[in-house]
Design a protein around this ligand. Structure first.
Ligand code: 4AD
Length: 467
């Protein structure tokens, strides 16, 4: 029945109270053999604990010695009385101190830290300033951070990043629930590739070749065939392509949705519009402190977006690029550079960094994509961009058996590996469409981060399978 308190809840209202807190020992600052400061950290909060030998309070010099012998990042319990310091505290988040009565070590850090946590949160500007001042600061390079990921994740920047990610996922679910979607879980062990192409992880499934799902595409459509009307899924997606870039992972979290369409596939775009405006609003209004923490290490401009998401055609996008001196090969996809440039042009012209580019050439879209009724060289499909990078692709799907089979064959797909998917279209399926979002990319691009490894807890890329 002792009174446990979360470090983050300690404030002036607790002054004079006796509390018990647990945290990582972030810093020790011994003053003498009779006095030491310990900064304890829990989640994103830190508090200063003052330990002074004092016979009246039952604090022995041995206890002070014991505390100074502890290693950084050990897990420590502190019992003490909350006090308000005369001067504001600059190096802790909490503006009160704990006058320590007892210290217990719960779990000792036995390994030397691979890097100091304060080195892992410095901004580029700090490094540059230190360099000018002739001071030598240690940079924690990406691989070192990833090799010791659990240590790196303890920094405020990462704590904030993954809280934001959790909120994005939550708003995705909440918004789609409010629009009558239900959540589903489709198999990740499947018999054939779901997006076409060779970039699948192959495996043996009880003696039969199988692969890890590249997307829930085929099964989320089969949920429409199964009569659910509107479905979403939050799940793992596996891509075996050997892409060593700032925005490709071999395993990432897909936010997928699939829905019946009444009249036009823009109904899918309207869902995306409402969903993303809700996500951006939530982040800007309710996650200010988290965004500020990230901003301190990685400065970024707030995302510019419109209340009603801008939609422009692929043709218009190509024309804008052409007018600005970039020629795109006719009816081809945009490369990374062209996407970036188009992002800048759209921002200049329309004042938004979030927009939908629609009516792509059919030839650059997956086989299940619905061709345009008026001009089958095009398709009822779209990509969505944030800050000049793709975060969503979506489309209306083919819902008739004959056309689906024909398109699969035209795209060179071995239909025997997806025959149950194709067959499921022979029982009457309503017109439908949907989209897929990469969760890590949403967070990366909203926060203007330069690498997707910063928004994946334990990233999987072609070079990395551990930790
Ligand atoms: O564009 P993709 O491949 O589309 C599909 O999987 C479709 N089945 C979606 C649909 O419903 N039509 O992937 C969708 C999104 C991309 O826009 C991107 O945000 C993310 O998933 N993504 C990746 N994220 C991290 N690493 C990768 N290798 C990714 N590949 C795609």
């Amino acid at each position: 029945g002792r009174s446990w308190t979360d470090i983050g809840d300690l404030d002036e209202a607790a002054a004079g109270r006796s509390v018990l807190v647990r945290g990582f020992a972030e810093r020790f600052r011994p003053v003498s053999n009779k006095m030491t400061f310990i900064v304890l950290r829990k989640k994103m909060s830190t508090v200063q604990c003052v330990l002074v030998a004092n016979a009246d309070a039952g604090v022995s010099t041995q206890m002070v010695r014991f505390a100074t012998s502890l290693s950084r990042e050990s897990v420590i319990d502190v019992e003490g009385v909350v006090s308000v310091p005369k001067e504001p505290l600059k190096s802790t988040t909490q503006q009160v101190e704990i006058q320590v009565r007892k210290v217990y070590c719960i779990s000792r850090a036995i390994a030397a830290l691979p890097f100091n946590l304060e080195d892992a949160v410095r901004s580029e500007a700090e490094f540059e300033k230190a360099e000018q001042d002739g001071e030598k600061l240690v940079r924690v390079c990406q691989d070192t951070g990833l090799n010791y990921r659990v240590v790196e994740l303890r920094t405020a920047t990462y704590q904030a990043t993954f809280r934001i990610q959790s909120d994005v996922e939550n708003i995705f679910r909440e918004y789609l629930y409010s629009k009558s979607f239900i959540g589903v879980h489709t198999p990740k062990l499947i018999s054939g590739s779901s997006e076409g192409g060779a970039a699948v992880f192959e495996l043996q499934y009880h003696g039969q070749p199988a692969c890890l799902a590249q997307s829930p595409q085929l099964y989320k459509q089969m949920c429409i065939s199964g009569g659910f009307g509107h479905v979403f899924e939050v799940g793992s997606i596996f891509r075996a392509e050997n892409s060593n870039t700032h925005r490709h992972l071999c395993e990432f979290t897909g936010l997928d949705a699939e829905m019946e369409i009444n009249e036009h596939y823009f109904e899918v775009c309207d869902i995306i519009d409402g969903l993303f405006v809700a996500i951006f609003k939530h982040l800007n209004e309710n996650c200010k402190n988290l965004l500020e923490i990230i901003n301190k290490q990685y400065p970024f401009e707030p995302l510019k977006y419109l209340e009603k998401t801008l939609k422009i055609t692929y043709e218009e996008g190509i024309q804008m690029l052409k007018d600005a001196g970039t020629e795109i090969e006719p009816m081809s996809d945009l490369n990374t550079e062209a996407e970036k440039k188009l992002g800048r042009l759209v921002k200049e012209k329309y004042g938004t960094e979030f927009f939908i580019l629609y009516r792509y050439p059919l030839a650059v879209r997956p086989f299940y994509t619905m061709p345009c009724y008026e001009d089958p060289a095009y398709s009822n499909s779209f990509d969505v961009f944030i800050r000049g990078e793709e975060i969503i692709s979506g489309a209306q799907r083919i819902h008739t058996h004959e056309l689906l089979r024909k398109r699969a064959i035209e795209c060179g797909i071995d239909t025997s590996t997806i025959s149950s998917y194709i067959e499921s279209f022979s029982y009457g399926v309503p017109p439908h469409g949907g989209f897929g979002v990469g969760l890590e990319r949403v967070v990366m691009l909203f926060c203007g981060l330069n690498n997707i490894r910063k928004t994946s807890l334990f990233p999987r890329d072609p070079q990395r399978l551990t930790p």
